[in-house]
Design a protein around this ligand. Structure first.
Ligand code: FES
Length: 110
């Protein structure tokens, strides 16, 4: 995992965009936990890290597709998905896995 930022860069209900390799990743913090999703909306590349966050729902700022940051599944429209990145915090730093996973690519999501 890659050290990407300080924990304080991602405040509660806040967003912070980081770069890991060639990927831009939107980090958000909800209920104390940091989640990471691909910063590019699968519709037309809207920057998800610039969208509104409502609970676990992250809204694309361009056309309002909505993704659940916990698993990348589209809340609207259903069937859309965005890659998620494993995130952990340790000693005031945020670490992100280098490979994202879409819900359809894994059975690890409930
Ligand atoms: S680019 Fe995200 S909803 Fe269109």
């Amino acid at each position: 995992m890659i050290d990407v930022c300080a924990s304080s860069d991602v405040p509660e209900k806040g967003k912070h965009v980081v770069t890991v390799g060639a990927r831009s990743i939107a980090l958000v913090r909800v209920e104390g936990r940091v989640y990471g999703v691909d910063n590019r909306c699968p519709h037309r590349d809207g920057e998800l890290g610039r969208g509104d966050l409502d609970g676990f729902h992250l809204f694309c700022p361009l056309h309002a597709w909505v993704f659940d940051v916990r698993d990348g599944r589209g809340f609207f429209p259903k069937g859309a998905e965005v890659a998620c990145f494993e995130v952990k915090e340790e000693k005031g730093r945020v670490f992100v896995a280098t490979n994202g996973v879409k819900p359809s690519q894994t059975d690890r999501w409930p």
